[in-house]
Design a protein around this ligand. Sequence first.
Ligand code: ADE
Ligand code: ZN
Length: 333
Amino acid sequence: MPLPKAELHLHIEGTLEPELAFALAKRNDVELPYADTERLRAAYAFEDLQSFLNLYYELMAVLRTEQDFEDLAIAYLERAAAQGVRHAEIFFDPQAHIARGVDMGTVVEGLWRALGSSEENHGVSTHLIMCFLRDDTAESALRTLEAAKPYLDRIIGVGLDSAEVGHPPSKFREVYETAAALGLRRVAHAAEEGPPEYITEALDVLGAERIDHGVRCMEDPALVERLARERVPLTVCPLSNVRLRAVRRLEEHPLAAMLEAGLVCTVNSDDPAYFGGYVGDNFHAVRAALPQLGEEHMRQLARNSFTAAFLEGDEARRERYLSEVEAYRFTGR
Ligand code: ADE
Ligand code: ZN
């Protein structure tokens, strides 16, 4: 039985496995510029975030109907459940779909067809977080927030993703103020490729409650001290960091040092179809690569995932999940 955990950093579009991509391409009569799944997989040798994003946006062409988004989410929930995920807070990128003529309603209704019954069908409770593309304009983000208004009962919060460098959080001050006024929770990717100062901006200008990635905080001891003192959760994605070359090798990943520094880290998969593993695989990989991490660190990471989840509306559920973590017995590796 896998360790119970919450996944807090997961782009649903990043769960599109090559087999499903080809099946949806066929169903929707979309041509992919790859002959087969093997040749597509061969394109997964990324040099940095942008080289990944190019493929990530290209493959989205196969997602067209509510049924496609439902199938995508079901495939993720099945894999996540098998790896011990009890609660998932799932990102989606509406601007990437709207730009292709797929409207907000298709995306949200389609995802909801899977998420609305995910607890009954997969034993996984879920929240949806709508991300803004930071390499698009603030005006586009505001229009996207406006388009989401009919669906806000299904969206718990907003996030900020896509190409980071040169697109500081402060660009989205007004968007986040508007989101906060609508009662939405706030997170933001920061210091994945960008500088540690983007974390400070995300906290102080956007009011971010969690930082997605945040690994480059380790370059700024005063920031580390602040993040630890204020118990700001960081949703770390180890396999992603290696594949996108934010970290050279998993053995050099700062996760153990981050925990040692008192940071509230969680382990997540980011875009598991592209980076070689789902969240349980990330747990196993860091344990194998970082000798400083033992069973109690794994338990702490799982505990952190539920502590950092947006479960304020259902504290009894959070307590239930946390007691599952405490009761968990490790059986070998
Ligand atoms: N969109 C999907 N995955 C992402 C990542 N790791 N960083 C920024 N934007 C993303
Ligand atoms: Zn991400």
